[in-house]
Write a protein that binds this ligand. Structure first.
Ligand code: GLN
Length: 482
């Protein structure tokens, strides 16, 4: 049977697997065939695992047993996942697309991987990314760029560009990415898929290579909001290995909207974002769509968000410089020989890290150094609080904050590599969710017609702590779907 991958969802695949229309092995094979056709050009995967069909066979056997015993069949049993290269799967290489970890084999499973293994998901391979999750285009990978499936002269976004491109090009049904400042949402916007950065602490970071520990979250990428919801429910929850995780019961939903959530639009903040005309158009259409569906729309102010991008990058560099210290050429990964141990250390880090990682380590140590700590790190942390307070105040009168996910559609490969600041400006709307710990969802909402190509554009919905449910509810109302 020929499986139509372009309109396939978790729910449809699950129904077909349960009915026996096709097996998990046949489903996995369909994706492997697609990978064979497209990965050479798109380069979404750094590696396709050699045991995919074995994993799928185990899923089929488990399915048969559960059926025989008349037991419930998990929704993700036999569902093919692409996994970002910074999430550990025991026995598999995880390199964070860095030369320094090129041959590093994970010795344990990330918490999210253990959870997915329990429900029988199939891991197809590890996806390309910006080195150690620093970037916005997947061009910072040490192993080559990933191309946008909608226009191969353009970037897929980053840093989870491989994961988003894999889902958009039917090389995986769904994927996991990680988001430190937009790395799930921005590539989702560029590739026309749905991506969630959950509430900080909703999903365990155990087994995720740390970039910025106070921002990082692992999250789902899929074609529809419903699938993102299914995966989020499967991977979230308290974990004793990550003390920042919480029990989702902690947050009781409280909405101001009686029927539908109330949507807030931070118009003066949007005016600062340098939004492209095509994105503006989709934003206006989305606002209209919400109105026509009976949502109340209110204008809100987020004054401290004018500083969000600067605050984000100061804190990002600071935490990155500290997290990257563990790569010393001794504990794991690449080892380069020098005259003595300190020389080894310098040589390993100089050959192992790419330019963006080195830049951030330098700037991070600068903002943390005595004499500058108070002026940069300390003040940025104080401003982080003010940015959070803006949102707390806004959520007294609205349930969702609506912005575009990114100020532009996918840009050309090479367009922003020469000037890192233009790349950082891409993150203006996404970093606030990481600074505040709030959940945010990118939903494909329209297209831009550029050079005869249809480039997807995503809108971003942000909600209160722990209120992913409201994001899913509103997201389903505006998504384009499959
Ligand atoms: N573009 C942002 C950065 O470079 C976001 C990265 C991320 O979310 N991992 O920091």
């Amino acid at each position: 049977m020929k499986i139509n991958l372009s309109t396939l969802t978790i729910v449809k695949a699950h129904e077909s697997l349960v009915k026996g229309d096709y097996s998990a092995v046949e489903l996995a094979q369909a994706y492997l065939d697609e990978i064979k056709k497209n990965n050479g050009e798109l380069h979404a995967y750094l590696e396709v695992y050699d045991d995919v069909l074995e994993q799928a066979k185990l899923a089929d056997e488990r399915m048969a047993l559960l059926k025989k015993e008349k037991k419930e069949i998990p929704a993700l049993l036999g569902i093919p996942f692409a996994i970002k290269d910074n999430i550990l799967i025991k026995g598999k290489i995880a390199s964070s697309a860095s030369k320094i970890l090129e041959n590093y084999t994970a010795t344990y499973d990330a918490a999210v991987i253990s959870k997915l293994k329990e429900v029988g998901a199939v891991f197809i391979g590890r996806t390309n990314m910006d080195e150690f999750a620093m970037g916005g285009s997947t061009e910072n990978s040490a192993f080559g760029v990933t191309k946008n499936p909608h226009d191969t002269s353009r970037v897929p976004g980053g840093t989870s560009g491989g994961s988003a491109a894999a889902v958009a090009s039917d090389m995986a049904l769904v994927a996991l990415g990680s988001d430190t400042g937009g790395s799930i949402r921005q590539p989702s916007s560029f590739c026309g898929v749905v991506g969630l950065k959950s509430t900080y602490g909703a999903v365990s970071r155990y087994g995720l290579m740390a970039a910025v520990s106070s921002f990082d979250q692992i999250g789902p990428i899929a074609k529809t909001v419903g699938e993102v919801e299914i995966i989020f429910n499967a991977i979230s929850g308290e974990d004793t290995n990550d003390s920042t995780t919480f029990n989702r019961e902690t947050y009781k939903p409280k909405k101001v909207g009686k029927k539908k959530p109330v949507i807030g639009i931070p118009r003066s903040f949007l005016a600062m974002g340098g939004i492209a005309e095509s994105v503006k158009k989709v934003f206006e259409e989305t606002e209209k769509k919400f109105k026509s569906l009976g949502y109340e729309i209110k204008d809100i102010e987020l004054p401290a968000n004018a500083y969000a991008l600067s605050v984000y990058y100061i804190l990002n560099f600071a935490e990155i410089s500290s997290n990257m210290a563990r790569f010393d050429g001794v504990k794991y990964g690449l080892h380069a020989d020098g005259k003595n141990s300190i020389d080894d250390y310098f040589a390993s880090r100089a050959t192992g890290f790419g330019p963006e990682v080195r830049r951030r380590i330098l700037l991070g140590t600068y903002v943390l150094s005595s004499g500058y700590y108070d002026a940069y790190y300390y003040r940025a942390n104080a401003a982080r609080r003010l940015i959070t307070d803006d949102f707390i105040k806004a959520f007294e009168s609205v349930d969702i904050v609506l912005t575009p996910t990114a100020p532009s559609p996918a840009f050309k490969i090479g367009e922003k590599t020469a000037d890192p600041v233009t790349m950082y400006l891409e993150d203006i709307f996404t970093v606030t969710a990481n600074l505040t710990g709030l959940p945010a969802l990118s939903v494909p909402s329209g297209f831009a017609e550029i050079d005869g190509k249809k480039l997807p554009i995503g809108m971003q919905l942000t909600a209160r702590h722990g209120d992913e449910a409201t994001l899913f509810e509103a997201g389903k109302d505006i998504e384009i779907g499959v």
